[in-house]
Design a protein around this ligand. Sequence first.
Ligand code: ADP
Ligand code: MG
Length: 598
Amino acid sequence: MTAPIRLLPPQVADAIAAGEVVERPAAAVKELCENALDAGATRIDVDLEGGGLVRIVVADDGAGIPGDQLRLAVARHATSKLETVDDLARVRSLGFRGEALASIAAVSDLRITSRTDAEDGAWLLHSRAGEVLEHRAAARAPGTTVEVCDLFHNTPARLAFLRSERSESAAAVRAVSDLALTHPEVGFSCRSDDRLLLRSPGGSLIDTATAVFGRDAAELIAVEAPGGIAVSGLISEPRSHRGTRSGLVIVINRRRVHNRALLVAVEEAYAGLLPVGRHPFGVVEVTLDPAMVDVNVHPTKREVRLREEGRVFTAVQRACWTALQEARLSAAGIRLPQLEAEVAGAAGADEPGLELRESPGTRSVELGPPPLPEAAGIRAAYGDDRSPAAGDERAAGHRLSDLAPLRPLAQTSEGWLVAESPRGLVLVDPHAAHEKILYTELLAEGDAALREGRAATSQLLLVDSVVNVEPAAMERLSESFDTLTGLGFQLETFGPGLIRCSAVPAATASLDPGRLVRDLLDSLAAGGDARARRRRLAALTACHAAVRLGDRLDPREQLRLLERLVVTPGGLTCPHGRPTVIVLDDRSLRRAFGRPAP
Ligand code: ADP
Ligand code: MG
């Protein structure tokens, strides 16, 4: 027979609810530190015993809680940070649910000692399993100390799920580190069984990052992109990387969040810079209108919902990309002044014959990962309606054409080309160079065909290729059919889920057409307007058709590639914005070898 339905006694209900907010000691540590931050603390000291299960102490020098409000502080849904439902939409404090202290109190032996500036003495409240045992005067300097003992003593089921003390204390110090990174101006310390695990001085982000990331922090690159969606922070130099994503901290409006999309945005900025399977680390902070963020979607506020996530994604990706690019160009040892000017100029000249009538404000950045940076060069090139050629002219004296004639000298065993130009030694990434040549040619041919009212040049396949695609891809095909035709593909639907491909752009004639078409349709899933889709399709087609870095090229092929590169508008960067060439002129070599200028 089943038991009758009964209302749970309040203590049991509270213990169940508490599990949602404080699922492990680290969660309690996080909530207590957040309260201290909300109270304006400048120093927060955390002490753990037994991974936080035996004892957690968090002491701060914040505003304190008046003695007569201590009982309220541990009551459920009691908060000083929110009054109306409307306030929820513009939460600026870290806490707002009024649940943390109540939840912790429900599953522990809790002592809060607090004193405000206005009071002569401190007050102490002692409760066990949510029941107040004691409320009396005590001694303390202004600020608050919360002591949590025997966490989960009355919820053995929860206790059984916890991992070792070691991993609990690791999670707790991790929570403190996150808060230190989001509030670098506040000094934090965290001890576990008397071992000092973290001490951040309270100052600049770089000081705090050094405390958190250790020695590696010396290599961090500053990100700084102001604006409506401002992005700032410190990200790892491509030379140092980690095996997991956990070293990358995403902060939105001073709150650490776990947002997969934004992690991917940062990683995309590193595309091609890190070995496969390795990840960047650092802190990326996004500051935007609080109305664009919904923080009330997760019990521990771990996740947030972003309105216009796409825009935030793009802002993060671009900011990181720009920071990496700048850092690379001024990399230690060899400075590449000409190249710097050329890359900036070339970026604006990315796509010949397109988008010339656009104002800078409406410029699409959806080229595909990573996007073009909004560098000074782009703004200059687009600010006054000049053609890309004019943009090139603007960087007078630093043009790609200055490298002509570009003569191949050798190909290294890894595949890089070494060439000689009137400007000096030139190193070429053959894949990136070829990719840009093909990309530019594909788009230019499409434009010409459109102007002249003819079909884009393509190569008929000896045998039609029949491609099997899923229904969603079929939809995407019909949407982008004209774009694909404009690039030289001849496709027709051939029955449910089948596409017949009878011609492809000449450059891709030797590839497996089925795989290429499937990849192209997949890439359309990323969406974007027609122009963005066209560029993405052209970039992907070029990427498939271009030589690989390791491919051996005979001297004739090397020469042909370099000749085509120097006449390619914007040829200094590949379609993803990475450089195609590095110029080592006499000046940079002299500097690198420590010889005086001639
Ligand atoms: P919330 O932070 O969501 O408001 P809590 O249960 O965490 O809810 O805290 C309840 C209230 O107790 C807070 O609104 C705040 O007024 C007060 N409080 C908690 N911790 C501190 C602290 N360290 N310093 C000052 N006030 C605090
Ligand atoms: Mg709180």
